[in-house]
Design a protein around this ligand. Structure first.
Ligand SMILES: Nc1ncnc2c1ncn2[C@@H]1O[C@H](COP(=O)(O)OP(=O)(O)O)[C@@H](O)[C@H]1O
Ligand SMILES: [Mg+2]
Length: 304
């Protein structure tokens, strides 16, 4: 009889709400148990930073809805809210939760695994954001290893790989939290609003990616995807997409997210769009994005 279940089997395939609530205890136990196939899972689990130093471009909307749609397709997802404003946390229906963010682990108190909470959706877990994260900008900045604190805190999750993907919803600044996310991630997903000024920020973020690679904090970091958001059919939006395509080619997702009032309303109901308007345009777009994302990052077969 094998002593360990695989990381994938260790999570329930279909989780009822009551079983989901038990998950942190199970998760902690699982993370502490090193699976014999951990190396295989480690190669497959991907950490994706959803980042753009510009605010209001759809980072949080994309993090929440891509996470929900990927979970709906059966991928095991951990969403980490790195923004002190905690918009992703409230968009999933959680009230402010003190002491549950990555702040503690960033300053050397506790582990990330202890901060993981289940959501009411099977396969979707969350590390919430909270206002304490503002302190990380100041406290972590003083440390010698200020760029790689999150990377180090995430290493146990990488080793045991209980998730298929970890999405990092970044705050809108080039501060400590965002640069730590870039240093911790395998890939960067850049949401870009279909407007002229979007292109200006793109040069800056590409520069920061180069710096993170060159300084040795994360030599493997790549820009894995550029996602056009809030699309409205007009000449400007079409020419912005054309311009981004000439710079980024295949990296740009074929799926474009339309501007939709429902997408803007859903967070105030604490629901991903999939639940708020299951048959709407926004849901169709984020489902298409999740499918395209999984074509780029196929899930390992459940038997693995
Ligand atoms: N596709 C969309 N259509 C309409 N409104 C959107 C769309 N995407 C995001 N929004 C709204 O735009 C605002 C900024 O989006 P958000 O995802 O919070 O951006 P960021 O995290 O980059 O600051 C929010 O009010 C959000 O509800
Ligand atoms: Mg945000």
């Amino acid at each position: 009889m094998p002593h360990f279940r695989t990381a994938r089997q260790a999570f329930p395939q279909k989780t009822s709400r009551s079983r989901a609530l038990l998950t942190p205890i199970r998760l902690r136990a699982i993370i502490l148990v090193k699976h014999p196939d951990a190396a295989t899972f480690r190669a497959r689990m991907k950490i994706i930073a959803v980042a753009n130093q510009k605010g209001g471009v759809g980072k949080t909307t994309t993090s929440v809805n891509l996470a929900a749609c990927l979970a709906h397709l059966g991928a095991r997802i951990l969403l980490i809210d790195l923004d002190p404003q905690a918009n992703a946390t409230s968009a999933l229906g959680f009230p402010p939760l003190e002491g549950q963010s990555v702040y503690g682990p960033l300053i050397g108190h506790g582990t990330l695994a202890e901060k993981v909470i289940p959501t009411r959706w099977p396969h979707l877990w969350l590390i919430p954001g909270d206002l304490e994260l503002v302190g990380a900008e100041i406290e972590v900045a003083r440390a010698d290893d200020h760029l790689t604190r999150l990377r180090a805190a995430m290493q146990p999750l990488r080793d045991d790989a209980p998730f298929d993907f970890i999405l990092l919803d970044c705050p809108p600044s080039l501060g400590i939290l965002m640069t730590n996310a870039l240093a911790a991630a395998d890939e960067l997903l850049i949401p870009l609003q279909c407007e002229y000024f979007a292109l200006e920020g793109l040069g800056k973020i590409s520069q920061v990616v180069d710096q993170i690679r060159d300084c040795g904090a994360n030599p493997q970091l790549i820009i894995g995807g550029v996602l056009m958001t809030m699309f409205m059919r007009n000449n400007l939006a079409t020419s912005v997409i054309g311009e981004v395509q000439t710079h980024f080619g295949e990296v740009i997702f074929k799926t474009v997210i339309p501007r939709s009032v429902r997408l803007a309303e859903a967070p105030s109901h604490g629901q991903p769009i999939l639940e708020y308007e299951p048959t709407g345009l926004g849901t169709a777009a984020y489902k298409a994005l999740a499918t395209e994302f999984l074509q780029r990052h196929p899930l390992p077969s459940p038997a693995a």
